[in-house]
Ligand binder design. Structure first.
Ligand code: ZN
Ligand code: ZN
Length: 465
């Protein structure tokens, strides 16, 4: 007790008088304690290690996806949450098969590619055709069809490195919409420069889409060094010919699950603070940064609240979404299944951007009350966060909730290296810094606790940005 008084006195002498007139608010004392607990807990790292080692890759709809669901249920039960349950989601099944590409002329040699998620196969003998290069999806869309007909489209858009990861949003359209744009003009296949910031000879996968009424063509990504190599060839000879051989397959639908855990609120149990992540991953790495880290961060944060002697007012709900990678399918199923209680969702946030330190929290709440919310969140600045804007999206699975009126927050992570590893065989546990992971847990536990205790009215929100 004496020691506590001395610390309080010293703090008072060092800070302006006004700050000392009232003792710290009870929720700030708990939030500070939660931060300390998070920064000394190894639980999140143990969880992501367990998921990546004992389950590994877990493509939506695959057998491993169900192993991951089982893993999640077991872990959440072992951790002693008040409620653990799962909700069925129908997901498309797609298997990667093999993907090979070989330059035939002018300088024959193999290149490294990977199939984009959802792509069809080539004929067994492959597709051989000249390459036609575009520096972006936009230039492909503007190009005359006669320059494309019968060729393999190569979109050569370089993904730039930013702390926010915005380079990805600038180029990902080429991956998702490139096949349709190319096929409309008669292309026989599309191979894009990987949507990634690394220079490793590894290609980045990710979802692509077809459109009804437009011929489906095979779609792949090549590694960044291979895209550079093709550019150097095109400088020497505009007639670069590629053979592409791929055997992915769509295999109908299967059942996966959103796995959910709750810490029941003490006085407003029907009101929900949702913290989410996605349980599925691509099949090439072990899904450590995308999104094993997120699963571990939100689970460990909720566990720290479960351990509190006095639970916060609202319920903390951890949602481990199914099938994010293949089209936020678990998120859509959640929004449908919980339509009746979305009005009771106080706020939602998702961790799906690796394990880099969180430097800022953005909200999307009633603009008039952002100041009050910032006052409540001020304690989070002690964990290195800046209080940011009112334009949050909340993360991919959560991003569909604002249209239903649900306030969201984005706890923004340093994503400078995220797109080096994203959707590649290099997405493995060693890319996670244990200290940064703890800082993430500290931010999420403070966020969840403060939101579950908050008296600030967050609605109505702006439903358009
Ligand atoms: Zn993800
Ligand atoms: Zn992903």
């Amino acid at each position: 007790m004496q020691k506590h008084c001395r610390i309080f006195l010293t703090t008072c002498l060092l800070t302006p008088l006004l700050a000392c007139q009232s003792p710290p608010k009870p929720e700030n004392i708990v939030a500070a304690q939660l931060q300390q607990s998070a920064l000394t807990s190894n639980l999140a790292y143990e969880l992501v290690e367990s998921l990546t080692v004992e389950v590994g890759p877990r493509l939506a709809g695959s057998n491993k996806d169900l192993v991951a669901v089982h893993w999640a249920e077991n872990k959440l039960n072992q951790l002693g949450f008040d409620k653990v349950y799962k909700e069925a989601v129908q997901v498309p099944v797609w298997s990667r098969g093999s993907a090979k590409a070989e330059l035939i002329s002018p300088y024959p040699q193999p290149i490294v590619i990977t199939a984009l998620g959802g792509s069809i196969a080539t004929p067994t003998q492959g597709i051989t055709a000249p390459i036609v290069r575009f520096d972006s999806l936009a230039t492909l869309e503007l190009a005359p069809a006669d320059s494309i007909k019968g060729k393999i489209v190569f979109i050569d858009d370089v993904t730039k490195r930013y702390i926010t990861g915005k380079g990805y949003s600038e180029t990902v359209g080429g991956r998702s919409k490139g096949a349709v744009a190319a096929s409309k003009k008669g292309a026989v296949a599309i191979v894009i420069r990987s949507i990634g910031t690394d220079h490793d000879r590894m290609a980045h996968t990710g979802m692509m889409r077809y459109q009804d009424g437009i011929t489906k063509i095979p779609a792949a990504a090549m590694s960044n060094p291979d895209a550079d190599q093709i550019n150097l060839m095109l400088k020497r000879d505009p007639n670069v010919v590629l053979t592409l051989t791929m055997s992915p397959q769509s295999q109908g639908d299967s059942t996966s699950y959103n796995v959910i855990a709750e810490v029941t609120g003490s006085s407003k149990p029907e009101e929900i603070v949702l913290i989410g992540a996605h349980l599925d991953s691509w099949d090439e790495g072990t899904g450590a940064i995308d999104d094993g880290a997120g699963v571990a961060i939100v689970t460990a944060a909720a566990k720290l609240i479960q351990q509190l002697p006095n639970k916060p007012a609202r319920t903390i709900r951890v949602v481990l979404y199914a099938a994010e990678e293949v089209g936020i399918i678990g998120a859509k199923a959640y929004a449908k299944a919980h339509k009746h209680e979305l009005a009771k969702h106080y706020i939602a946030a998702e961790s799906d951007f690796g394990a880099g330190s969180i430097y800022q929290i953005d909200y999307r709440v009633n603009e008039a009350n952002l100041g009050a919310l910032h006052q409540l969140s001020a304690v989070m600045t002690n964990n290195g966060l800046i209080l940011g804007s009112n334009t949050a999206s909340g993360g991919p699975d959560v991003s569909i909730l604002p249209a239903q009126g649900v306030p969201v927050a984005s706890l923004k992570q340093d994503g400078r290296d995220y797109f080096d590893y994203h959707h590649t065989p290099n997405d493995t546990l060693d890319k996670i810094d244990p200290a940064a992971l703890q800082q993430n847990v500290a931010a999420y536990v403070q966020f969840a606790y403060l939101m579950a205790q908050s008296d600030v009215e967050l609605r109505p929100i702006a439903t358009t940005q």
